[in-house]
Design a protein around this ligand. Sequence first.
Ligand SMILES: C[S@@+](CC[C@H](N)C(=O)[O-])C[C@H]1O[C@@H](n2cnc3c(N)ncnc32)[C@H](O)[C@@H]1O
Length: 267
Amino acid sequence: MTPAQYQQFCTLLEKHSGILLSEDKRYLVETRLGRVVRELNFLSMDELVERLFNRPDSILLKAVIEAMTTNETLWFRDEYPFNALRDVFFPEAEAARKRTVRIWSAACSSGQEPYSISMIAAEKPWSFAVEILGTDLSSKILAQAKSGLYDDLSLGRGLSLARKQRFFDHTAQGWQLKSEITRRVRFQVANLLEPVTALGRFDLIFCRNVLIYFSRETKMKIIDHLANALNQNGVLILGASESAQQLSDRFSIERLPGGGAAFRLIK
Ligand SMILES: C[S@@+](CC[C@H](N)C(=O)[O-])C[C@H]1O[C@@H](n2cnc3c(N)ncnc32)[C@H](O)[C@@H]1O
């Protein structure tokens, strides 16, 4: 890729996904697009780039954007958000006599986050039902999430032995999540750049470790979309290194027991 082509590629990627690449990511782009060249049977990178810039179709665009997403995730990532669900937000919903708690795991990758939430819901007899929606830009990673099937390596990341034994069946294909956990979770493709009115309102939104890829302007726009998707008094939980402060005046910050923070909708 020439420097000019790389610039053009960065503009296209940001327009469709929000993902902002720095100058030093050229090697990463070439490696990831190399996979698309092979998958879609292009003769060369030049041919792919020429098609992408001049005659892109939806299949090519989708493959290229999916190839550029970073799907790194793990079970009970950072722990504190899941402890806060169990110790703060679920008891609060119980005190408010809620019948259903709706939770959105936005940019959920291969499903570890929404399924970790479902495990917290399963571990105590709460007085309300829990509905979880997992969304991501990538339909490929969502297919993996929907399958509820994981290998030893991914189970080794953040999941206790007790939870592995309780919530999974060992099959010839790998570790299959039991319906006790999958039944609360549904998945849907959704781009965070687009307003989300069709998804309904949520009591809690997890949107973790994805804002880091976006420009300040895109972060502000997305946080506003997320605020619009929350019920009154709803709570937004971001990644450990992310914050809604300085980006929106619609939230107050709440320190969580055991570290970390959540953002409560105030307007
Ligand atoms: C690093 S993973 C984070 C997964 C999980 N939330 C966690 O914290 O472990 C980031 C995810 O964001 C998704 N993503 C990137 N841009 C997106 C966008 N514009 N809309 C929705 N999802 C997006 C990627 O496909 C990827 O699965």
